[in-house]
Every structure is written in structure tokens, then in C-alpha cells.
Design a protein around this ligand. Structure first.
Ligand SMILES: [Fe+2]
Length: 235
């Protein structure tokens, strides 16, 4: 059984509406921490144009959004040729749309096919792995606002995305174990029209991701300068 020592957790890129420096930031993390596993816990694509909500007419059509997304996905695949991706509400929109209109899965193309990515990218419903300290870890896109509640339900360390404004680590312990839950934020360009719904929120999306090193969770904030560019280094 593989025991992972250095795990990079990416969430909520919402390609093509991701932060313009997100890939540079992820490349810097890869070079610094040399992860032996990369997990993308969902919303790697925004799929705004085929979402169940109103579509902004000033954004790309569904066809153009897919074309643009493929270019970025190719770039990401070059950085991370091997990645496990967890199903999520945005990325599964094609399948959710098909279900709504009664189309069997057999008619549809897989993620790998429609995104033109190789077999190194593998989509799963959720993921459980063993870490190098022998503890177990559960990855899900987002099951409940309180990640520690999910950790308690599953009885193991848990990592979530989905809640773009949450970037935290919490712990609970019992006589036998110390268990943690981590929320890894997002890698979104919040100024994109695709996120206009959040324009007047008091809270802002938090840009960053997570790592697990020797069984312990670490938050990796992507620190921005005034104007929104990444400062260019991991802090
Ligand atoms: Fe998201």
C-alpha cells in the first residue's frame, strides 16, 4: 500500500475563470515540495455557460468556453501529468444536464476525451488514501460547511474545497487519535463576470491551496500584491 509523504491539494480553479497566476503558483509549489500525489478536489472547470443558473451574456458561449478551457487544461496537464480529480458540482455539469434530460451515460464522452487529456488524469467520486504517518485521509469536493463534522463522520483526516471563502485547519482528538480537517480555498479570479453573484458579499474568496506533509496539513496562501498579481514566491 502506498503511503503518501507530500500531497498537493488543488481546488476550485474554475477554468477558464481561474486566477491568472494560479498555474505559476502551482508550479512553484511543485518545485519546492515535490509532491508524490496531486489531488484536485473539484471545480477544475467553471462551465458557466452550461450551468443551471442564468448565463451572463457578456461571457463566452458554451462552445467557446470549452475551447478556452481545453487550452488551460493542456497547460495544467503539462505541469501535472498525473493527477487524481474528485467529482464536483461544476465539473460534472455535462453529466448533470444529461441526467436532467434523460440521456444515458453511454451517449456521452468521458472527461479525458472531451478535455483531451491523457490517462494520467483520473476522475473518482471521492478519495481515501494512507499518509506517511499511517493516518487515513478523505478527500471530497465539499459535503458540509464544517469540515470537522465530515472528519468526525468518516473518522479520518478530511480535505474539502467548494467553500471559496474558507481557508482553515481544525483539529479534534479522542483518546486514540488526533484528527484534522482542512479547507483549501480556491484559485479563482473573483473579478471575473462568472462570479458576479459574489460581488457584493462582505467576504472575499481566498486564493491558495493545501498540502499534506508527513501527515500534517499545511495551508498555502497565494499572497497577492495590490492590483491582484501574485507576489511570485511561496511564503
Ligand atoms: Fe467552486
Amino acid at each position: 500500500m502506498t503511503k503518501y509523504k507530500s500531497v498537493l491539494v488543488i481546488s476550485d480553479l474554475h477554468i477558464p475563470y481561474h486566477h491568472r497566476d494560479a498555474f505559476k503558483f502551482l508550479t512553484a509549489l511543485k518545485n519546492k515540495y515535490k509532491p508524490d500525489l496531486v489531488v484536485n478536489i473539484g471545480d477544475e472547470l467553471d462551465q458557466h455557460a452550461i450551468s443551471m443558473h442564468d448565463h451572463n451574456p457578456d461571457l463566452m458561449s458554451a462552445g467557446d468556453e470549452l475551447k478556452s478551457s481545453r487550452v488551460y487544461v493542456k497547460e495544467l496537464e503539462k505541469i501535472f501529468p498525473k493527477m487524481i480529480l474528485v467529482h464536483s458540482n461544476h465539473s460534472s455539469l455535462v453529466f448533470r444536464r444529461a441526467l436532467k434530460y434523460g440521456l444515458p451515460k453511454e451517449y456521452l464522452r468521458s472527461y479525458n476525451e472531451y478535455l483531451n487529456v491523457g490517462k494520467g488524469w483520473q476522475w473518482v467520486d471521492d478519495l481515501r488514501i494512507t499518509l506517511s504517518d499511517n493516518s487515513r485521509c478523505f478527500f471530497t469536493h465539499g459535503l458540509a460547511a464544517d469540515v470537522l463534522r465530515v472528519a468526525q463522520q468518516y473518522g479520518m483526516n478530511t480535505v474539502q474545497g467548494h467553500y471559496h471563502t474558507k481557508f482553515s485547519i481544525g483539529y479534534y482528538s479522542n483518546p486514540d487519535a488526533l484528527i484534522w480537517g482542512m479547507q483549501v480555498g480556491s484559485l479563482i479570479n473573483q473579478k471575473s463576470l462568472a462570479f458576479e453573484y459574489a460581488k457584493n458579499f462582505k467576504t472575499r474568496f481566498i486564493v491558495g491551496c493545501g498540502m499534506i506533509i508527513e501527515g500534517q496539513p499545511k495551508l498555502m496562501p497565494m499572497v497577492l500584491k495590490d492590483g491582484g498579481d501574485w507576489i511570485g514566491k511561496i511564503v
